[in-house]
Design a protein. Structure first.
Length: 336
């Protein structure tokens, strides 16, 4: 992810705050344990003393080659075991004084070795695209909450031609989306979700986005309007643009998964068509996955955009159609 120095520092301060918060929690818990289990503090002091003795003995052993430190090792191990036993006896978990990190992979440092952690990349995306609201949506709209109950078993779409009911078709779409997620790291596939308004296209896109994000990949979610707004700003306002403004444009091509919601709701013209082709073509070349949802039919897509775009969709995207009664209306009626 491309970041300015200010943005980078902002993210690193977030990690510093996370580590500080964890250290404060450890300190509070340790004081609590010392109060409730006085022997625990005595053991910590004994371990500290024995550790110093071990270091000194190791130094002497390195000089003389004749110092046996096995007794000190055994003593420290026994003291550690006694601590674990005391915690269990008094109703604490053995890792009560070792609370989990927000990211166990980088231990809330943002880096694994010299490479940015996946959590750092996602924080960069969240900062650049103000995606806090997307994270909240992902918590509600994910595979765990996906329900086939909103799709009728006796509803068929004459235009679909598959012979499947709305529920059977939705089940097929759900399974294909899950397979896409399972194979995400190796297959580099793309999905085109199409169908009428309110049939769950955006919801299924969010399910995919949440699952891919949970695997540690970077995800950018943009409506078609937001996407073309970034393209327009990058193309026509270069003289007035700050360095910060070039970052979102670059990352659209670099992120692991780009979700474009509601393609076709933008004002389509030669500019949007050329920019859309560049976006999907560049991502195909670099094997970056894209999920696009649209209310347009395949025929509408062909008529609205260029032949080149349509051919890319046909050749390189998995088409998934959804149909049925408007789920948003049904949910609204259920609230009354």
């Amino acid at each position: 992810m491309s970041l300015t120095n200010h943005q980078y520092d902002q993210i690193m301060r977030q990690y510093e705050a996370l580590r500080s918060e964890r250290e404060s929690l450890i300190h509070e818990r340790r004081e609590e344990v010392y109060t409730n289990i006085p022997r625990f503090q005595e053991i910590d002091n004994e371990i500290a003393t024995s550790s110093v003795d071990l270091i000194q003995a190791s130094i002497e052993g390195g000089l003389t080659g004749s110092v046996d430190t096995s007794n000190l090792h055994s003593k420290i191990e026994a003291l550690i075991q006694e601590k674990m036993d005391l915690l269990r006896t008094h109703g604490y978990g053995v890792d009560y004084l070792n609370p989990p990190y927000h990211c166990p992979d980088c231990k809330d440092t943002g880096y694994i070795g010299h490479r940015p952690c996946h959590c750092f990349n996602q924080r960069a995306i969240d900062l650049l695209y103000a995606q806090d609201h997307v994270q909240k949506i992902f918590e509600r709209e994910n595979f765990s909450h996906f329900s086939l109950d909103y799709y009728d078993n006796d509803y068929y779409d004459d235009k679909d031609g598959s012979g499947l009911s709305a529920r059977e078709n939705a089940k097929k779409a759900y399974e294909e989306a899950q397979r896409f997620v399972r194979d995400f790291s190796t297959r580099h596939e793309n999905i085109l979700l199409y169908g009428d308004t309110g049939v769950g296209k955006t919801y299924l896109s969010n399910c995919i986005g949440k699952a891919v994000l949970d695997q540690g990949f970077s995800v950018i979610y943009l409506t078609a309007f937001q996407l073309f707004e970034i393209f327009e700003k990058n193309t026509f306002h270069k003289k007035d643009r700050f360095d910060d403004d070039t970052v979102p444009y670059k990352n659209i091509f670099d992120c692991d998964l780009l979700i474009i919601d509601d393609l076709g709701t933008e004002f389509a013209n030669s500019f949007t068509t050329s920019q859309l082709f560049q976006c999907i073509n560049e991502r195909l070349i670099h094997k970056r996955s894209t999920v696009i949802s649209t209310n347009l039919s395949l025929k509408d897509i062909k008529e609205t955009y260029s032949e080149r775009i349509f051919s890319r969709f046909i050749e390189s995207y998995i088409p998934i159609s959804l149909f049925g009664k408007d789920i948003r209306v049904r949910k609204t009626l259920e609230e009354f």
